[in-house]
Design a protein around this ligand. Structure first.
Ligand code: BES
Ligand code: ZN
Ligand code: ZN
Length: 512
């Protein structure tokens, strides 16, 4: 699969335009809800007043109100150069960025089978509309052989974004940034959506290598022999039940700016989590193809950091393994030695993520980063605590809160979670330095985070993101979120990196 998946377009072609051109099929515009049952169109002055009146009458006649989540398509008045008009409900009052992003995503998702559309949502916020339209058009049809030729089932191929003035460099760079970000989200989605028989640890490592080299990064892959030799006991322990050996990938983006801050990213790359000998129940076990979503997010993010030429040095340390039961699998009761020497008794082989992450965290700390963000589909307890759309973020209090704030601003909505001190003692063991689980299920997301904290070196600002629920949508599509992989938390990571780069920009320092 190497290369082939990543070569296909990740989303629709997008362009800027100051006017509604002749060759688009559908015109997308927002509809605001006013008094119940009555809406107004946000055409931003593109249309003549009488055309707006006629359109509104047509829409209202078929029940359009402008309510949030509403999407209604009508034939266009003859004075418009398009065939139909799609009105997307924006709800009442001001339109926050995320609401616009979701509306644009919904519009793209609705236009399956349409070749091209022009959107007026970009008149309100170009970046949000571009991201939403791009992400909403995402579809993973790689393994559907009968769908290939069926144009009626293809995602929208081209979206023209309308803006108030003739496109200039500034508008082009806003669009380029949005497309780079949305493209990274789609890359992460593709990796996560690839089935586990088509993406094993070596395959994921190869994809990381292709992407990383393409982005100008240095990439190093440790195979199972190197992992054994160097004492990566967590990765070896988890990987040894599988016939497909584990890997540790290291990707590095060096910005070339002297004294740039260093950020370490770490992502859980379990290409399939059966639970191992502590095997999972059969129901929904297929969703464990997404247990490498942390790895996918981190791979896409470090490549994006390079593309955006952020003034930071960024490394990604990505442990990859397949967690399988077999005669060679690790057993409950085994004691393994993590990279760096800490011993851990494996009481439950299904708590494997923290074992591979502990090795990777210790390795990543050796580079002396200022900040570390680890990302993992770590615990079922995450969605029990926060639901399926809200990642939990733990770690160094100040940095944790900053990551949560930024995540909420970009619409990924991570929420800060505590490390209750009394839980730490429940990870003590009489036979080893630590146990990989507590003997109870209270605060499962937090005790997993506390386990990881043991491996983070002092003085590093650390944030741990548990995205077990939010990384993979097993329900109906909504807004810009398709079924399957969501790409969460790529946009959080990149926004955090941008914020750190801005804060520590040497250009700013020299002025102060
Ligand atoms: N990969 C799972 C966590 C998970 C669950 C991700 C549901 C996505 C959806 C993880 O490896 C795991 O199995 N965790 C256990 C930990 C337990 C044994 C302490 C869990 O959450 O049940
Ligand atoms: Zn597990
Ligand atoms: Zn897992």
């Amino acid at each position: 699969m190497i290369g082939s998946l990543m070569d296909s377009p990740l989303g629709p072609q997008m362009a800027l335009s100051a006017e509604l051109s002749q060759d688009v099929e559908v015109f997308i515009l927002g509809m605001q809800q006013q008094t119940p049952g009555c809406g107004s169109l946000l055409d931003a002055g593109i249309l003549a007043e009488d055309v707006v009146d006629e359109l509104l009458a047509r829409l209202v006649a078929v029940g359009a109100t402008g309510a949030l989540g509403e999407v209604i398509r009508v034939a266009a008045p003859s004075s418009l150069p398009v065939r139909s008009v799609l009105a997307v409900g924006l709800g009442e009052g001001d339109v926050p960025t995320e609401r616009l992003r979701q509306a644009a995503g919904l519009a793209s998702r609705t236009l399956v089978g349409v070749g091209s559309a022009a959107s007026a949502l970009s008149m309100i916020d170009l970046a949000a509309a571009a991201e939403g339209h791009f992400l909403g058009a995402y579809a993973f049809n790689h393994y559907r052989t009968t769908l290939c030729e069926d144009a009626a089932k293809q995602p929208i191929a081209r979206v023209e974004l309308l803006i108030p003035e003739t496109p200039d460099d500034e508008a082009s760079s806003v669009l380029a940034r949005s497309l780079a970000i949305a493209g990274a989200v789609a890359t992460a989605r593709n990796l996560v959506n690839t089935p586990p028989n088509h993406l094993d640890p070596a395959g994921l490592a190869a994809e990381a290598q292709v992407l990383g080299i393409g982005a100008g990064l240095s990439v190093e892959v440790l195979d199972e022999k190197a992992l054994e030799r160097d004492g990566f006991g967590g990765i070896i322990g988890v990987g040894k039940g599988s016939s497909r050996p584990p890997r540790l990938v290291r990707m590095a983006y060096n910005c070339g700016v002297p004294h740039a801050k260093k950020v370490a990213l770490v992502g859980k790359g379990v290409t399939f989590d059966s639970g191992g000998i502590s095997i999972k129940p059969a129901t929904n076990m297929d969703a464990m193809t997404a247990d490498m979503a942390g790895a996918a997010a981190v791979i896409a993010s470090v490549a994006l950091a390079a593309k955006l030429e952020l003034r930071l040095d960024v490394t990604a340390t990505i442990p990859m393994a397949e967690n399988m039961p077999s005669a060679t699998a690790q057993r409950p009761g085994d004691v393994l030695t993590q990279y760096g020497g800490t011993t851990v008794v494996v009481l439950n082989t299904d708590a494997e993520g923290r074992l591979i992450l502990a090795d990777a965290i210790v390795r990543a700390c050796e580079d002396g980063p200022d900040y570390m963000i680890d990302v993992a589909t770590l615990t079922g307890a995450q969605s029990i605590a926060l639901g399926r759309r809200t990642p939990g973020v733990m770690g160094s209090v100040e940095f944790r809160d900053r990551v949560a704030r930024i995540s909420q601003a970009v619409g990924e909505n991570a929420w800060p979670m505590p490390f209750p001190t009394e839980l730490r003692a429940d990870l003590n063991s009489t036979i080893a330095d630590l146990a990989n689980v507590t003997n109870h299920s209270s605060g499962g997301m937090l005790s997993a985070g506390l386990f990881l904290q043991e491996f983070v070196a002092d003085g590093i600002q650390w944030a741990h993101l548990d995205v077990a629920g939010p990384a993979y949508n097993t329900e109906e599509p909504w807004g810009y979120t398709s079924r399957g992989a969501t790409g969460v938390p790529v946009r959080t990571i990149i926004a955090v990196l941008e914020s750190l780069a801005d804060e520590h920009s040497p250009a700013v320092d020299s002025v102060i």
